[in-house]
Design a protein around this ligand. Structure first.
Ligand SMILES: [Zn+2]
Length: 216
């Protein structure tokens, strides 16, 4: 009997060790994530809204992040000339281990820049910041860190689904330090043109993110 109990305890401990973070034991949260996943799975892009196809891609990345225990934010880079998605990224702050820099937009640009390994400088004929046709989509308005990174990357067009009045920097772009504000001049950074349902999905994904439930 004692041996059975010991084996049972060991099995339980092993199961707990496999759970990726204590939040995963929050059953109501898991149910809400499953509901969100079902809404995303059922969503069909609405041709009335220009950015719906790419909006759906970033929310799919966001739900993958959320299920992995990171923030519910996803991003992608699109070649506007061809409509091809050239890179995908998502928040990886807590998975597989803590990385304070890995917001979705940072992850996306790291992957893109590491893959292309562009050479040259701003004054050369081979300016690594030239990304003429690239459009960055993200499911939530970028924070100050990510907006500065996007400006530095050379991306000229960036559209987000969910406005973040508390942590987003696009609406506060005028408050950037002068160098970054001037560097961003003339760029097209604004909310994406997506259906109300897709915008709501992006907002719900964000509101389930670590920033909210780590505060509880
Ligand atoms: Zn960020």
């Amino acid at each position: 009997m004692r041996r059975i109990m010991r084996r049972f305890t060991l099995t339980m401990l092993l199961l707990l060790a496999l759970v990726p973070g204590s939040w995963a034991k929050d059953v109501p949260l898991q149910n809400r994530i499953a509901e969100l996943e079902a809404r995303i799975g059922a969503y069909v892009p609405d041709p009335q809204y220009r950015d719906d196809v790419f909006g759906l891609i970033v929310v799919k990345e966001a739900i993958t992040s959320l299920k992995a225990g990171s923030g519910g934010i996803g991003a992608c880079l699109v070649d506007a000339a061809t409509g091809e998605v050239v890179e995908r990224g998502r928040n990886r702050q807590y998975d597989p281990y803590f990385r304070s820099d890995l917001h979705a937009e940072m992850d996306l640009l790291n992957r893109y820049e590491d893959r292309l390994r562009k050479q040259g400088g701003g004054n050369s004929v081979n300016d690594p910041r030239r990304c003429d046709n690239l459009v960055l989509f993200t499911s939530t308005e970028p924070c100050p860190m990510c907006l500065t990174r996007i400006i530095n990357s050379g991306i000229q067009r960036m559209y987000y689904l969910n406005p973040d009045p508390h942590g987003g920097m696009v609406a506060r772009q005028e408050q950037l330090p002068p160098f970054w504000r001037d560097f961003a001049a003339g760029r097209d950074f604004r909310q994406a043109e997506c259906s109300p349902e897709l915008l709501k999905i992006a907002a719900d994904l964000f509101h389930h993110s670590m920033r909210n439930f780590t505060k509880k």
